[in-house]
Design a protein around this ligand. Sequence first.
Ligand code: XIL
Length: 367
Amino acid sequence: MVAGAAVAAAVLVSLNATGAPAAPVASVAPVAAAGQDAAVQGGNADTLRALAKRAGLKIGTAVDMSALNNDATYKDRVAAEFNSVTAENVMKWSEIEPTRGVLNFGPADQLVAFAKANGQSVRGHTLLWHSQLPGWLTEGVASGDIDSAELRQLLKQHVFDVAGHFRGKIYQWDVANEVIGDNGQLRDTIWLQKLGPGYIADVFRWAHQADPKAKLYINDYNVEGLNAKADAYYELVKQLKADRVPIHGFGMQGHLGVQFGFDGRALQNVQRFEALGLETSFTEVDVRMLMPADNPKLHAQANGYSILLRACLLAKKCTSFTVWGFTDKYSWVPGFFTGQGAANLLDENFGQKPAYQAVKETLALAG
Ligand code: XIL
């Protein structure tokens, strides 16, 4: 068993994300700036972030700002277990600009400050989406008060406002989110209807001007294996690259469900995008199930997390693996998928589920 594990570890290490040698585990915590990699410096090597660091991977979570502000255990776990954070909602357009022309960066700035204090990187989410748009925008378009030319100008201004505000503080931006439908065609949204397909290249160019160092991602769900939607992304990205659009990453959200089974070809899919010259990330991983949860479902769930994490660790340029919340206490799943839940690594009492153990063991093998 030990020899087998060592071989598996060697395979994972030789193919790890960065190609860089694994950093040694510090036995004596080095003196460093307050907050920097607190979990490691605190001598606690038994956290996801300590293991991910050795594997050369950012391990992240979406953060619910009201939980962060009101639940000390939640806050403590975010700081201890993760070295990357994503705003679950507070960087979305409806949150940043609920009133036209009045920008509210307060909650997002708070997350960025929290990340800095805890030695964490920040993923930006998201500059362009068809959902969680401000009412004034969607209503203005519907009534005809906002015409196509004005809409394009508003989108451009939004990208410069938001990417510009966080310039230099975001390592990866989900620039365009969910622009292709499950049928493999460009999604039928106000953006496609009013601006035409060129809006996708536009937002990447604007985002690159606003924050030249951030890695710019296109991001979606149901693209974690080989299927028509992932194929459509492959063709779209290939075209964007041919047109010299500044696009750097392919984000696979990873919203899986035990009841659907898992596509075992995640690594193949990741590799074809990397062959186009992109880095890759898993950006919103959770694995839901039909309730009630039971042992077989929880173990199947652990396998779902492992399939995605292994693909990331075995790929050459998979840079981050983010879960969409880490405790069932605050999951978005029950509110969006009737009768489903228990999608996260920890249960509602922050107890470790088989999925947490699987993620930990997989990371440990890679480091
Ligand atoms: C979800 C949040 O988790 C919810 O709190 C919110 O009400 C709706 O959006 N794909 C995405 C995320 O890109 O932004 C979504 O987040 C989940 C699906």
